[in-house]
Design a protein around this ligand. Sequence first.
Ligand code: 6PG
Length: 260
Amino acid sequence: MSRQILGFDDAEAVAQFAAHEFVRRARASVDASGSFKVALAGGSTPRRTYELLGQPPLSGQVYWEAVHIFFGDERSVPPDHHDSNFKTAHESLLSRVPVPEAQIHRMEGERQDLEKAATEYEATLAESFDLTVESGPPRFDLIMLGMGEDGHTASLFPHTRALDEARAWVVANDVPQKATRRLTLTAPVLNAARCVMFTVAGDDKAEPLHEVLEGQRNPQQFPSQLIAPESGDLLWLIDQAAASRLSLTPGHPSNLRNSP
Ligand code: 6PG
């Protein structure tokens, strides 16, 4: 695994770089394998990245017909709800680029039978990656993640059951601290990816980011510490405000461009 922590002036610069990195990896993956399988992040931070990908010039630089869209997690709301991760992605990107409908795989977070929705999403992953659910986890070309103020990522929240999941690819996770349930990819899937790209911005993320990157190892308290792709790249794209408590100096974006 190569881990790179790259620093940017502000959230806009993080989004710009993340969007260009998406394009770079999409083109390389389509050239290499004919497709690009990506899991989108939820929350508010990635919206600007999606907007940049959904408009020229970047929207014209990806062969969207070869892109397969999945989600890292979903809230227990319908797809037209304000809090829906699908809605954010649809409005800012998916409704603006020609990804075939059949290649957009929404997580049905609104369902009451959430365990069944999780199992069905696993079956969708198995089919798309030509795997059986008994085999090893699917290997995404790119997984986009954010990090919450409590150090959670996807819907892997502190001290929740999903943190210990070692076999399932997708679970329904009870999140008592938010009095809700979420669908989420699990650490085995996140850590099987060719690349995991975190985008983190704002001073409300400074303390948890310091704990995640420089604190004691305690993934039950800071679940983002669980993310360490076995044979893939781990990119942390962070702005100055989020980096304000770090003692390490984030690398310059050009570092990545010069890496093979
Ligand atoms: C979600 C996300 C979650 C998100 C963080 C950061 O559905 O909430 O997947 O993991 O990335 O909560 O959210 P913000 O970007 O809104 O700060």
